[in-house]
Design a protein around this ligand. Structure first.
Ligand code: MOS
Length: 705
């Protein structure tokens, strides 16, 4: 890709980092020149169309593929009778075995509606689709259960990515000693992430290597998983993901990649498998519904004694995925007693997954609504209440904070939002027929970095190339890495090119956990600095370039233990029409503390995007499962309601200085924290406007009335 760096749009930073830049690949993207996975032409390409189960639980009795094999253009039908064997018993980069949903076509079991049962491969996508539609599959059905609700007796506790249960102090004693106790239950619905670009994968064999063109959040992760799933030697699988049209947690290793590799291997020709929009609703993962209970015990001045947050989420019959909704309180508030736990219930549903700010997004709705309830009960301003409960060290961990600028977020946010003029009494302000209200909530998200590798090359013409298996899922990561590399090399950003999205560049963390940019910066910076030093000492640059490689494993292992989080304060103003139940978010302000902000332009977009998602979560998003079929009602972008332009008025995001003692890279990530607390700020504003507390999302017009 040839690119010229666009001009600076704002900023006063002396280096490249901290100055706003539009994306290096922006021109390619808006002119359509950027090729996404499904756009890349290949000679002899065949197309696979997935067939999904039509029942929610049971077994496949028969698949009659003869008629489909005779259809025009059809070259293969893969299913559990003839598909190659794959494994799902290996430790993936995520630290555990993958969701066995990726073991496509291995047996006759159907654990949910929309389970992949076959792949029809044909010369054209239309022929494949026609074949998939025509495939006759018969099932032996069994009774299914997709009913998610609080109080299910079959719920149980299991550790997810964070420990399920965390306890400190004597909860019962502290609750008993509390002058004010809030005990409230909250629910959030099943929610779906549907990136603009559907999941698409093309696989082919070349010179004994498996070449994979794919849309994912981490090329080296995907390559490693595919090698393990198909028992191939590491290094024989290469995954490239130059441009990715959104991910949000959904673009890991999924069944379409497995199916594409199976078909390419069987047919010895390139095969592309793309999910349809509808298929994404059962194959791409989603956010589990949650049922949460928060108990807060406080002194009359609002100082917390006890914080208990329990949550229930659902998972599938094949994999234990936990939505850890209780985790935010573990770092946000000082209290003598803490108790949080996460439980799951197994249902005949697809496996949920990490969806933007897993745990924190639904958990913050409950916790930050409960804090608002407590503020009201104590007669303490909700901003002041939160400041009164600021901890000096991690409230449960006891670890020092690697920067915690939450107080500054609240103070600066309150100033800009005009919070001081707020009358706390509900249902007082009107604008014509609209009731007006304002609300606030805190936000936090973990910050970390994962060992990664990078290479930086100096060329005789004075330019540099960075290679790292990073993913730019639309965030502007490529541009951010360019700015980081330019500063570390001590050159202008126009002298640097960044190549990403190729597993051949070596292992690297994925675009996930809000830890992409920080992880990649930890790898790029030392390589660039060493190269700069060698050049300063007079190193010669050969015609094929001078390359320095780095691996951040050792440097990251040497980090001192600390509570690493980003923080934010979310403010919202809503107008509620009491005649129709319509809620309009008139303005939102998010003030964040997320360490070093690499590219203010794209960082702001990330934060605003998260806040818009919060509005959407508060007011619109809700996937409804029909207990009779076990499937979703309206599983498409017409039936699944999200905030659109008309729903989003003034949304501003900004940040405060956030020093990160002991962390030389200092990047905390901005991909997820924008959504955290946003729905609670809106719900708290609705309470202020109307006097009605909403503990169930979304706040639909019929619930407002
Ligand atoms: Mo994310 S939900 O860490 O891609």
């Amino acid at each position: 890709m040839t690119t010229t760096l666009p001009p600076t749009t704002e900023g006063t930073a002396t280096g490249a980092v901290g100055t706003s830049r539009t994306r290096v690949e922006g021109r390619e993207k808006i002119t359509g020149a950027a090729r996404y996975t499904g756009d890349i032409p290949l000679t002899g390409l065949a197309h696979g169309s997935l067939v999904l189960s039509a029942v929610a639980r049971g077994r496949i009795r028969s698949i009659d593929d003869a008629a489909v094999r005779a259809m025009p253009g059809v070259v293969a039908v893969l299913h559990h009778h003839n598909a190659p064997r794959v494994r799902a018993d290996y430790p993936s980069i995520m630290g555990s075995a993958p969701d066995p949903t990726v073991r496509a076509f291995q047996d006759d079991r159907v654990p949910h509606l929309g389970w992949p049962v076959a792949l029809v491969v044909a010369e054209t996508p239309e022929q494949a689709r026609a074949g998939a539609d025509a495939l006759a599959v018969e099932y032996e059905t069994e009774p299914h259960d997709t009913e998610f609700r609080a109080g299910r007796a079959d719920a149980y506790t299991v550790d997810g990515v964070v420990p399920a249960t965390v306890e400190k102090g004597d909860l019962d004693a502290q609750l008993a000693a509390s002058a004010v106790v809030v005990d409230a239950s909250y629910t959030t619905p099943e929610e779906h992430h549907n990136p603009m670009e559907p999941h698409t994968c093309t696989a082919y064999w070349e010179d004994g290597r498996l070449e994979v063109l794919d849309s994912n959040q981490g090329a080296s992760w995907t390559a490693d998983d595919l090698a393990q799933a198909f028992s191939l030697a590491p290094g024989t699988v290469r995954v490239r993901s130059e441009h990715v049209g959104g991910g949000f947690g959904s673009k890991g290793v999924r069944v379409h990649q497995i199916a594409a590799v199976m078909a390419a291997t069987e047919l010895r020709r390139p095969v592309r498998v793309a999910m349809t929009r509808r298929q994404m609703f059962s194959l791409a993962g989603y956010r589990s519904p949650t049922a949460q209970r928060v108990r807060l015990g406080a002194d009359p001045d609002g100082r917390l004694r006890a914080l208990a947050h329990t949550s229930l989420s659902q998972t599938s019959q094949v994999y234990e995925f936990v939505e850890p909704a209780g985790a935010a309180g573990r770092v946000l508030y000082e209290a003598a007693a803490h108790h949080t736990d996460a439980r799951i219930v197994r249902l005949d549903v697809p496996t949920p997954t990490s969806m933007r700010a897993p745990g924190m997004a639904p958990g913050s709705f409950a916790l930050e609504s409960a804090l608002d309830e407590l503020a009201e009960r104590c007669g303490v301003d909700p901003v002041e209440l939160r400041l009164r409960n600021e901890p000096a060290v991690g409230p449960v961990s006891g670890l020092p904070f690697a920067g915690r600028s939450l107080r500054a977020c609240f103070e600066e946010g309150a100033r800009r939002f005009g919070w001081a003029e707020r009358d706390p009494r509900p249902r007082l302000r009107r604008d014509g027929r609209w009731l007006l209200g304002t609300g606030v909530a805190a936000a936090t998200f973990h910050a970390f970095a994962v060992p990664s590798t990078a290479a930086v090359t100096a060329w005789p013409d004075g330019t540099f190339t960075v290679r790292i298996a990073a993913a730019d899922i639309g965030t502007g990561a490529r541009t951010a890495l360019l700015l980081i590399a330019a500063d570390a090399l001590g050159v202008g950003p126009e002298q640097v090119r960044v190549r990403i999205g190729d597993s051949a560049f070596g292992p690297a963390w994925l675009a996930g956990g809000s830890a992409g940019t920080s992880s990649w910066a930890w790898a790029i910076t030392p390589a660039a600095e060493e190269l700069r030093e060698r050049l300063a000492l007079g190193a010669e640059i050969p015609a094929d370039g001078l390359t320095v490689r780095s691996d951040s494993t050792t440097a990251l292992a040497g980090q001192t233990p600390a509570e690493r989080h980003s923080y934010g304060a979310q403010f919202a103003e809503v107008a509620v029409d009491p005649a129709t139940g319509e809620v309009r978010v008139r303005r939102m302000l998010g003030m964040f503390a997320a360490g070093r902000i690499v590219n203010p332009l794209t960082a702001r977009s990330q934060l605003v995007g998260g806040m818009v998602w919060g509005i959407s979560m508060a007011l619109h998003e809700e996937a409804v499962r029909d207990g009779r079929t076990g499937g979703l009602v309206g599983a498409d972008l017409a039936g699944y309601h999200v905030a659109s332009h008309a729903d989003v008025d003034r949304v501003e995001a900004d940040w405060v200085d956030d020093p990160t003692p002991g962390d030389p890279v200092g990047i905390k990530g901005v991909g997820e924290i924008g959504v955290v607390g946003a729905a609670a700020a809106v719900a708290n504003a609705v309470r202020h406007a109307t006097g009605v507390r909403h503990r169930q999302l979304p706040i639909r017009p019929d619930r407002v009335l």
